[in-house]
Structures are given as C-alpha cells and as structure tokens.
Ligand binder design. Structure first.
Ligand code: DX5
Ligand code: ZN
Length: 214
C-alpha cells in the first residue's frame, strides 16, 4: 500500500508539536525522521532526545533514517521509543546483514538506504531479508534539493528483482519528492514516499498529501 511520510526535517523545530498535529490531521501515514551526525553527511539535524520527544506526541508510526556512521549503536534506544522502521546506509557500515538482523530482533522493520552513487547490486544478497529499501533521490544531508532522475532506474531494477524472486520488501523514495517525481517513482514500483519541503510549504497539506498519493 502507498504511504506518505512527511519528513520533519522541513518542519519548524521550535514548533514541532504543532507541525506533527498538522501533518497527522492532513492524513500523513508515518513520520520520517532524519538523523545526521556531521560525519557521514555534512550536516547535523537532531538525535535521540528529539526522537523521543516526537514519539511521545506522535499518533502515527515513526520511520527513522540514520545518516550516521556506526548506526548499530542506536538500535536498542529506538526500540525503546517505539520506532516502527529504521534504515541505515549501506555505505556507512561494514556489516549490513548483521545490522538488519539486529533491527528485526528488536521488533522493527529494517531498511537499507542507497546514496545516489550506490548500485542496487550492493544489496543483492540482502534483499531476501530486507523489509524495505530506501532509494535516495538526492544526496543525503539537506532538505529542499532537486530530484536526481538517474536514481529512478534503481527503482525499476529493484522492482524487477522483487518480482523475479517474489521478495516482499517495500521501496521508499526520499529527496525532492513532489507530485511529479512521486508519480515517476510510483510508476516504477515505489510505495513509500518521503516528502519534506514540498509538503511543509503547501498551503493545504491535506490536499498536498492526497495529490502525492496519485
Ligand atoms: C535528506 C533527507 C530527506 C529530506 C527530504 O538527507 O533524507 O528525508 O528531509 O527533504 P525534501 O523532500 O525537501 O527533499
Ligand atoms: Zn530521509
């Protein structure tokens, strides 16, 4: 099923509770929370204390996107906060399979994110175990960037592998997602749509969310 995930990175950090309520009222399915460490990506966003505060007021599930080195160190805490889905970057860990297992053993869905330069073939032997794959359609680290269209081919490729092997993973897209780019990604097989600046700039977020659903 298609889901729309507002990225709170585009929210007003001094008024997150208000923005959470607005996006829930507008029909958001889940919140997407971007954790950046200033090492794996050239920016710092927010960390565990802010995720915990958000988890206490959110009425919809939370998807955490770890853009950090050593992502394995956060898993138990995210479980304690009731997070539903966690993704980490294949470029950021030496033992992605072990980390998938750790996330799942902690009762959460496990996803791997691919930077624009990374090939789907990196995931070939992980796909049977993954709950979702996050295709980055911008370079991670900042909201408001332009969609990189070369990444679309990776969705097509993943969808083909999913069909060929009857795998069950979802395909999430993140970066520069608006009505037009969501439609392009949906046509290739994506079903989880992260949207930050586009949704938060919308005058009518409910209408914007329903347009993103296609
Ligand atoms: C970028 C983040 C995204 C970001 C998307 O590093 O992973 O989740 O918030 O923002 P937009 O939708 O503005 O490209
Ligand atoms: Zn993200």
């Amino acid at each position: 099923m298609d889901k729309i995930l507002p990225s709170l990175l585009a929210g007003d950090f001094a008024n997150l509770g208000r923005d959470i309520g607005r996006m829930e009222a507008a029909g958001a399915d889940m919140f997407h929370l971007d954790v950046m460490d200033g090492q794996f990506v050239p920016n710092i966003s927010y960390g565990l204390p802010v995720i915990e505060a958000i988890s206490k007021v959110s009425n919809i599930p939370i998807d955490v996107h770890l853009m950090t080195l050593q992502p394995d160190q956060f898993i138990e805490e995210l479980k304690r906060m009731g997070v539903a889905m966690v993704s980490f970057h294949v470029e950021a860990t030496h033992h992605p399979h072990r980390l998938i297992q750790k996330i799942q053993q902690n009762g959460m869905k496990a996803g791997i994110a691919l930077n624009p330069h990374s090939a789907v073939s990196e995931l070939e032997y992980l796909l049977p175990d993954l709950d979702f794959v996050l295709i980055m359609t911008v370079n991670p680290g900042f909201g408001g960037q332009e969609f990189i269209s070369q990444c679309v081919g990776k969705i097509t490729e993943l969808d083909g592998m999913r069909k060929a092997h009857n795998y069950q993973f979802d395909i999430e897209v993140d970066g520069g997602i608006n009505d037009e780019t969501a439609a392009i990604c949906r046509d290739e097989g994506a079903n989880l749509f992260v949207s930050g600046s586009h949704l938060f700039k919308a005058e009518d977020p409910a209408a914007a969310i329903s347009r993103l659903r296609g």
